[in-house]
Design a protein around this ligand. Structure first.
Ligand code: PMP
Length: 365
């Protein structure tokens, strides 16, 4: 059916690689989905077929993450960025404050966007360390009266990741898991709210998956249009208006694929092994490649590295692309390189990358 398709190893930070099996399934079903004679994109979200798919998708996510029944799952739009504003709108009332932990670009962005809706207390920040380590838990200035504590367990641009869930007591913990959701098993009960833009570990952009403890739906928040209110979305099965039907469908294919792989414990093992190989290659290069992040804070999902001689950056990028390794250029704010190793990136891709890196270093030594 697709004899001459050639796929590269894709290290994009997002929108990112999707499992090939998911893309092939979507391709097979493109013209005639589920015996309907039409694409999933061409039919009503109120139809029986779509509702069944949506329910199965939620059930598959619930079983993957063992989501307790006192949590609602929402399929929203507007990206993770919209949630930076919507979270304080929903969870904080007049005069409330909220604690924010700043560990990189995205958690800093969350602070600036939330500031219009809530009194933000930056309880800890690693900005002074250039985000090369995480703000130490002992130094956090948490307020027991805070409406919630917000943090980003994985920073996509800075390449730092929390490897434990911080204990913040009874205040609801809110996590931006855009770039590490579904990368390992998770104790959902430790969180008040988890949200993730889909375009890294779930599916196409334009979809946000949210897991929210139901009691938080009862928070009054502030006056706002229904479309912004989590309680309304939950009461209407995330179909208050027309949802991102395509994104929801592809997310469902990814969840099924994750189950077929053996679930999140298997993914966690693979993700650890992939990151370990790449960091070992960087650290073992005699300084040719470098990652200066404190080892305990290094991300498994987004691996940053620089070349000792940055005059070789352009050659590294051109040659890696020619070798079928896509999207290794680091974020423009930081320069250097970045390889994102989400679920859909197989070990083979990391083996190809590390072989290329060793070869490049030898040739341009
Ligand atoms: N948070 C994190 C951790 C991200 O990586 C991103 C996107 N790269 C965002 C938030 C913003 O997501 P979106 O573009 O979906 O608004």
């Amino acid at each position: 059916m697709h004899a001459h398709v050639s796929r590269v190893w894709n290290f994009s930070a997002g929108p990112a690689a999707l499992p090939q099996a998911v893309l092939e399934c979507a391709q097979r079903e493109m013209l005639d989905w589920n015996g309907s004679g039409a694409s999933v994109m061409e039919q009503s979200h109120r139809g029986k077929r779509f509702i069944e798919m949506a329910e199965r998708t939620e059930a598959d996510l619930r079983s993957l993450l063992a989501i307790p029944s006192d949590y609602a799952v929402l399929f929203l739009q507007g990206g993770a960025t919209q949630q930076f504003a919507q979270i304080p709108m929903n969870l904080a009332g007049d005069g409330d404050s909220a604690d924010y932990i700043v560990s990189g670009h995205w958690s800093a962005k969350a602070v600036s966007e939330a500031s219009s809706y809530v009194r933000v207390n930056v309880a800890a920040s690693a900005a002074a360390d250039d985000y090369l380590k995480l703000p130490e838990r002992a130094s956090w200035q948490l307020d027991p009266q805070a409406a919630y504590v917000h943090y980003a367990p994985n920073e996509t641009i800075h390449g730092v990741e929390f490897h434990d869930i911080p204990d913040v007591g009874p205040v609801p913990l809110v996590a931006d898991m855009s770039s590490n959701i579904l990368s390992e098993p998770l104790d959902v009960s430790r969180f008040g709210l988890i949200y993730a833009g889909a375009q890294k570990n779930i599916g196409p952009s334009g979809l946000v998956v949210m897991i929210i403890r139901r009691d938080l739906l009862q928070r009054a928040g502030r006056p706002m249009a229904k479309i912004f209110r989590y309680a309304e979305q939950a009461a209407n099965d995330s179909m208050l208006n027309t949802p991102n039907t395509w994104g929801w469908y592809v997310a469902g294919l990814t969840f099924r694929w994750l189950h077929e792989q053996g679930g999140l414990a298997v993914m966690a093992q693979r993700n650890r092994a992939k990151a370990a190989l790449l960091y070992a290659t960087i650290d073992g290069s005699g300084g040719y490649y470098r990652n200066s992040i404190e080892p305990a804070a290094r991300s498994r999902m987004n691996v940053r590295f620089t070349l000792r001689d940055n005059a070789l950056d352009a050659a590294f990028l051109a040659e890696s692309e020619a070798a079928g390794l896509m999207a290794l250029k680091g974020h423009k704010a930081l320069g250097g390189m970045r390889a994102s190793l989400y679920n859909a990136v197989p070990m083979e891709a990391v083996e190809a990358l590390t072989a290329f890196m060793r070869d490049f270093a030898q040739r341009h030594g």
